[in-house]
Write a protein that binds this ligand. Sequence first.
Ligand SMILES: [Zn+2]
Ligand SMILES: [Zn+2]
Length: 187
Amino acid sequence: MYPRRMTLDESLLRSAREAGARWVDGQHRAELAKADYHHTIRRLHVMGASLREIAEALNISHQRVHQIIEATGGTEGWQPHKRATGTLACTFCDQPKDAVANLIAGPGVCICDRCVTSAQRILADPRSPETDRTRLEPAITTSKTRCSFCRKRARDVTSLIAGPGVHICDRCLQLCEEIIIEEARPR
Ligand SMILES: [Zn+2]
Ligand SMILES: [Zn+2]
C-alpha cells in the first residue's frame, strides 16, 4: 500500500553508498596501519631496543609495548640478535658469516639467509628436502625435540625443520625472514 520507493531519495541513497564505501575503506586502512605499527614495534625490539626504550621513544606505556609485542607473536624468547659477536657460522650449512648475505643469530645457534629460504621451501613442500648444500628436512620429533632458537617443544609449534643437530620452528623462520627483509631496507 505504501509507495515505499518514493521515500528513498536517490541522491541521499548515493551519498549513503559513497560514505559506506569510504568507511569500509577507512577501516581497512586503519587495520593495515595498526598492523604496520605493531610489527614495526616488534622489529624494534628484535633489533635490540628494550621495551622501556621503545615506550619512551614512542610515548606509550611499557605495558602497552609488551602487549603489542606479545600480540604480534612475541620475540620467541630470543636474545636480540645484535648481541652476537665473534666468528659466527650458519649452524645448518656451516657457511661463515662473511660468505653469506645475512646470518641471523639465536641463542648459541645461527641460520643464514639461504638456509632460511630453503627451510621455508621445505615447509611449503615437505617432500623435497634440501640435500645440495646441507641436509635440511622436516624434523622427526620426539617429546624432547625443541626449536634451537625459541626452545619451544615440537608439540608446541606447527612445524619444525631439522638441520645437522639443530632445529628451527616455523615461527622462528618467519621472524628470521622479517629480520632479513628489515636489514635489506635502505636506511
Ligand atoms: Zn646456512
Ligand atoms: Zn622456534
